[in-house]
Design a protein around this ligand. Structure first.
Ligand code: FAD
Ligand code: FES
Length: 255
């Protein structure tokens, strides 16, 4: 049974990390205790006409203090509204949702691109094995310092302003790290490239997908992705990213 709860929580901090990127800390209580790396919570807007909750990945949890950290990019009206909230405000949310990453392997590659990086931080903290962490940015870096201490961190920036000039796959291919598991979250072209790389090297991979969502709880089918096998619930070759995902093994899905 799902441990997801819907409730109003207090915002402890909501600060601007970089242009358009915010870092929100929530007093989430039992929601934090139940959360696994790779899961997400959905946040509700207060303004009229914004009925659908906005899914945001859990970046970090502090189970003892009952806190959840989110890092989000202002993408439209909902996330803009979140960015204007202040410490002490309340926000309605539901979670934790989705399946999360399975912790496995002895040598892991953790690969994140852009706003796909936040859910990998809690994963990097909880995964106890040899870890290479490859973070890709278009230009401005964020969260990279938070990963230090949880593995060897490699940066790729498309504009050459930090680390290696290029994308995460340029780093992966240049170093050809030995690995038995890849964890990845990022834009669709990046996930496709990771999937192809993992298949070519016969490495298991867990990919966290992002699809436009509506209900966020498995009821509306707005978020399906193509799957290799027929889904028992839907009786079609697709899976709900919000319910069966957002994390899938690479060989389960078609990108
Ligand atoms: C599983 C999951 C985890 C995510 N984690 C993060 C995160 O950690 N940080 C972050 O910055 N963003 C994350 N996103 C993307 C984030 O949900 C969207 O940027 C956000 O919903 C946009 O809402 P908006 O009102 O600002 O934009 P609008 O474009 O005005 O949104 C209109 C509607 O479309 C939906 N929508 C728009 N873009 C997306 C999208 N990319 N994914 C899902 N629904 C969308 C909105 O929820 C809303 O219902 C995640 C998305 C998913 C599916
Ligand atoms: S968003 Fe409704 S089923 Fe996934």
């Amino acid at each position: 049974m799902s441990a997801a709860v819907k409730k109003s929580v207090r915002i402890l901090a909501n600060i601007r990390l970089e242009e358009g990127i915010y870092d929100m800390l929530l007093e989430a209580g039992k929601m934090a205790e139940a959360a696994k790396p790779g899961q997400f919570i959905s946040l509700y807007c207060k303004r009229e006409g914004r009925l659908l909750p906005r899914p945001i990945s859990i970046c970090e949890t502090d189970k003892e203090k009952g806190r959840i950290r989110l890092v989000y990019r202002v993408a439209g009206k909902g996330t803009k509204e979140f960015s204007e909230l202040r410490a002490g405000d309340e926000i309605e949310c539901i979670g934790p949702l989705g399946n999360g990453f399975a912790l496995e392997g002895a040598r892991a590659l953790i690969i994140g691109g852009g706003i796909g990086i936040p859910p990998l931080l809690e994963l990097a903290k909880q995964l106890k094995c040899d870890k290479k962490i490859i973070l890709g940015y278009r230009d401005v870096t964020f969260l990279d310092k938070d990963f230090e201490g949880f593995g060897e961190v490699y940066i790729a920036a498309e504009d050459g302003s930090a680390g290696i000039k290029g994308n995460v796959m340029d780093v992966v291919k240049a170093y050809d790290f030995p690995a038995d598991i890849i964890y990845a979250c990022g834009p669709a072209p990046m996930l496709k490239a990771v999937k192809e790389y993992a298949e070519s090297r016969n490495i298991k991979a867990q990919l966290s997908l992002e699809e436009r969502m509506a209900c966020g709880i498995g009821a509306c089918l707005a978020c399906v992705c193509r799957s290799v096998e027929t889904d028992h619930h839907l009786n079609v070759r697709s899976k709900r990213v919000c319910k069966e995902g957002p994390v899938f093994y690479a060989d389960e899905i078609i990108l």
